[in-house]
Design a protein around this ligand. Structure first.
Ligand code: NCD
Length: 328
C-alpha cells in the first residue's frame, strides 16, 4: 500500500518503510509513461531549482538526475569540482550555501566521503531553508536512487504494469563482487530484504566487510546470507547483481590478479546454469568487461537488464525529485 510522502531528504534506505517503496514504484510507473510519450515533459517542478552537485566522477547517475530534473521542467544547476571555487579553498558547506542563496530547492549530492549529504542536510535544516537533499552516492555508505531503480527494474520484470514489493517475496537475489566498497550493495540490502527477498552476497573474504569474516555472522534473520564462494550464491538464484571491482577505492592488494578474480567470481554463461532458467543479470555500471562479467553476457538482451536499469533510472529519479519537490 502506498503512502503520502513526508520525507524531506533521501539520504539512506535504512529506515524506509514498505509503504514508501510502494509509493516510489507507483510514481515511477507514471513517469515511465510520460517518458514514452512524444512530448516527454511535464510541468511538475516548474520554477524549482535542482542543483546537481557531483564531487566525484559519474556518468549515468549524474546524467540521469539531470535528465529527470529537465523532464520535470525544473531549472538545473550543474556543478563539477574541478572547475569550481573548491579549487580556491571554499568548503563544501559554503558551496551548498551559495546554491541555497541562488534559490536551490533540491540538492543532489555525490561525494567520495560517507556522510557529506547528511552533513549538508543537517546544515540546511539548521538554517530552516526547506531545501531537500538527495544522496546520489556517498563513499562506501549509501546509494539510495540506484537501489530504488534496481527495485523498480526487478519488480517490473515480474509485472510490468503493477510493480510491487510482494513480487520479490521469496525470490533469491545474488549480489556478487566487491561488496566491501559497494554503497550499491549496502542500499540494496535494505530494499530487497524489506521486499522479502533472500539476498545472498558472494565475494572473496578480502572484499567483504570485516563483520562477515566470522562464519557465525553469515546469516541474518533468514534474509541475508554471505558466501565466500560463488556457487552457493548462484544456486537457484532468480536474479544476479554483479558489482564492479572498485579499483579506485582499493587501498591494498585485495585480489591476486584480475584473471584469478574472474576465474573464481566472474559471471559467465556456464556459471549461470546453476541459477533458475529464467535468471536475469543486473549491474549498476560502470563495468569492467571480462572481469566481473563476460562481455557477451553484458550485451545479451535476453539475460542482461543493464540497459533497462539505465532507462528506468530516469523514471525513478523523476519520481524521487517529484515526491520530495512537491511535498514542499
Ligand atoms: C555505482 C556507484 O557509483 O556507486 N555506480 C553508479 O552509480 N551507477 C557503482 C560503481 O561505481 O561501481
Amino acid at each position: 500500500m502506498a503512502t503520502t510522502w513526508t520525507r524531506r531528504h533521501i539520504l539512506s534506505l535504512i529506515n524506509f518503510s514498505a509503504a514508501e517503496y510502494e509509493t516510489i514504484l507507483q510514481t515511477a510507473v507514471g513517469f515511465r509513461e510520460v517518458l514514452s510519450r512524444k512530448t516527454k515533459k511535464v510541468p511538475a517542478l516548474q520554477g524549482q531549482v535542482v542543483a546537481n552537485m557531483f564531487f566525484e566522477p559519474s556518468t549515468r547517475t549524474r546524467s540521469s538526475f539531470e535528465l529527470a530534473a529537465k523532464r520535470l521542467s525544473a531549472d538545473i544547476l550543474n556543478f563539477s569540482p574541478g572547475s569550481s571555487s573548491l579549487s580556491k579553498g571554499e568548503t563544501i558547506l559554503d558551496t551548498a550555501k551559495t546554491y541555497l542563496a541562488m534559490g536551490a530547492d533540491i540538492m543532489v549530492i555525490r561525494h567520495q566521503q560517507a556522510g557529506v549529504p547528511q552533513a549538508i542536510a543537517t546544515e540546511m535544516d539548521r538554517l530552516n531553508s526547506g531545501v531537500s537533499i538527495l544522496n546520489a552516492g556517498d563513499g562506501l555508505h549509501q546509494h539510495p536512487s540506484q537501489a530504488l531503480l534496481d527495485l523498480f527494474t526487478l519488480t517490473t520484470v515480474l509485472d510490468r504494469e503493477n510493480p510491487r514489493l510482494g513480487l520479490l517475496n521469496g525470490k533469491k537475489i545474488a549480489i556478487v563482487g566487491d561488496i566491501l566498497h559497494s554503497r550499491v550493495a549496502r542500499s540494496n540490502i535494505y530494499s530487497l530484504t524489506t521486499a522479502g527477498a533472500e539476498v545472498h552476497l558472494a565475494a572473496p573474504p578480502t572484499l567483504l566487510p570485516k563483520l562477515f569474516l566470522d562464519a557465525s555472522n553469515c546469516q541474518y534473520q533468514d534474509k541475508l546470507f554471505v558466501h565466500w564462494e560463488l556457487a552457493p550464491a548462484l544456486q537457484d538464484a532468480d536474479f544476479v547483481m554483479t558489482l564492479r571491482l572498485q579499483k579506485e577505492r582499493m587501498t591494498a592488494n585485495f585480489i591476486p590478479s584480475l584473471r584469478e578474480y574472474h576465474q573464481l567470481f566472474g559471471i559467465t554463461r556456464d556459471r549461470l546454469k546453476l541459477c533458475q532458467p529464467a535468471v536475469k543479470i543486473l549491474h549498476p555500471g560502470p563495468t569492467n568487461r571480462g572481469v566481473e562479467i563476460t562481455s557477451d553476457l553484458m550485451d545479451d538482451p535476453q539475460l542482461s537488464l543493464i540497459s533497462q536499469q539505465v532507462a528506468n533510472g530516469v523514471a525513478v529519479r523523476m519520481a524521487l525529485l517529484y515526491l520530495i519537490g512537491s511535498s514542499k
